[in-house]
Design a protein around this ligand. Structure first.
Ligand code: MN
Length: 361
């Protein structure tokens, strides 16, 4: 028997990692001392532990490693190899585009992320266009993030510059944490890290600070996942039909969902825009998340309330359906909302799902 310390130093996995693996059903301690809770491993577990350490170095998510060991099959290694080649191709393509943009001095109009759909060889490209405007406000407290396989919008609240700080910090933290673990567990962890970062910052500066957050992430184990807090929204346009895929976390939306008030009453309710959930106002925050079906031809919209309070769902649908390029759609949506006199900041991120031939060499 090896103590957790000895085992950790011999397999190269930290004690903290070993605990999280055990939670995922991987490398469960051979014995746990009933009195002290101390964990012991057998020398026979070293073999698996070293393979896990190597798979982690290859960037494979913990949950994927756990399901691999549940039914070990070398074919899975081929799948991972192909995913790595695709991800690497996507990174090289982005680098080449950055190089071209720098050389030409032209602003790239869109950002692409190549996503693999789990269990199939179909690869989609996501093409995003983003616009944000301060609208009728002095400063813009909305923030946007377009990263590799991660798209997000945040609407900061708080006095002075606090809202601006909150929305940017939440998105940057989400991005940095998700980059370390692209599984769904990694995404949820990143969401909680984002909450903690804003909450600690507000605490340190003794400021009231918070932000909404809506994100669409390409996870390694569940394909596309949406998660959100607050009243920023995700919509999907498919075959001419616009669906709102998120539920607002506002007093009014919760009352409507509970059937306690009518649509008409909702229009005049004094607390209609009060948020019931936001990032950074408590040390812990609940999360709503769900897998999102993304098919070639779909068009997704992430936006802040400044957009949908100024434009009706029909207006939004008409613009999304009319414009060919996501950047044009985003520009047009924000322009219309600002022209209608939106008093709030306005942000739109339009993402197209396009089929793309798989690069296999
Ligand atoms: Mn807003």
């Amino acid at each position: 028997m090896l103590s957790i310390g000895e085992f950790s130093s011999r397999c190269g996995l930290s004690a903290k990692m070993l605990r999280s693996y055990a939670a995922a059903g991987l490398l469960v301690p051979a014995a746990v001392d009933a009195w002290s809770g101390y964990r012991y491993y057998s020398t026979g577990q070293l073999h698996q532990a070293r393979i896990i350490a190597l798979l982690r170095r290859a960037g494979i998510a913990v949950d994927d490693i756990a399901s691999f060991f549940a039914h070990p099959d070398a074919i899975q290694l081929d799948h991972w190899e192909r995913e790595i080649v695709q991800a690497s191709a996507a990174r090289r393509q982005a680098l080449a585009e950055a190089r071209a943009a720098l050389a030409s001095g032209r602003t790239p109009s869109s950002t692409r992320a190549i996503i693999g759909t789990k269990g199939s060889d179909v690869t989609s490209t996501l093409v995003a266009g983003t616009t944000t405007h301060r609208g009728g406000r002095e400063i813009n407290q909305d923030a946007v993030l377009v990263a590799d396989g991660l798209f997000a919008v945040a609407d900061g609240v708080g006095g002075l510059a606090a809202g601006e700080v909150a929305s940017r910090l939440a998105l940057d933290t989400l991005d940095a944490a998700f980059a370390l673990d692209r599984s769904i567990a990694g995404l949820l962890h990143a969401y909680h890290e984002a909450n903690q970062a804003v909450w600690r910052r507000a605490d340190r500066e003794e400021a009231t600070m918070g932000t909404t957050l809506v994100a669409l992430a390409m996870t390694t184990d569940t394909a596309a996942v949406a998660l959100h807090a607050g009243d920023s929204r995700l919509y999907r346009l498919r075959n001419g039909r616009l669906d709102q895929l998120t539920h607002d976390h506002t007093v009014i939306a919760e009352l409507l969902r509970a059937g306690e008030i009518s649509e008409a009453e909702a229009q005049t309710h004094p607390h209609r825009y009060v948020l019931t959930r936001a990032i950074g106002v408590d040390p812990d925050v609940d999360v709503d998340y769900a897998g999102v079906s993304c098919k070639s031809g779909d068009r997704l919209l992430l936006c802040t309330d400044g957009l949908f309070k100024a434009l009706s769902a029909d207006d939004v649908k008409a613009v999304l359906a009319a414009r060919a390029e996501p950047q044009e759609s985003a520009d047009e949506l924000v322009k219309s909302a600002v022209e209608r006199g939106s008093e709030d900041n306005v942000t739109a991120m339009v993402i197209d799902v396009r089929q793309q031939p798989v690069l296999v060499r």
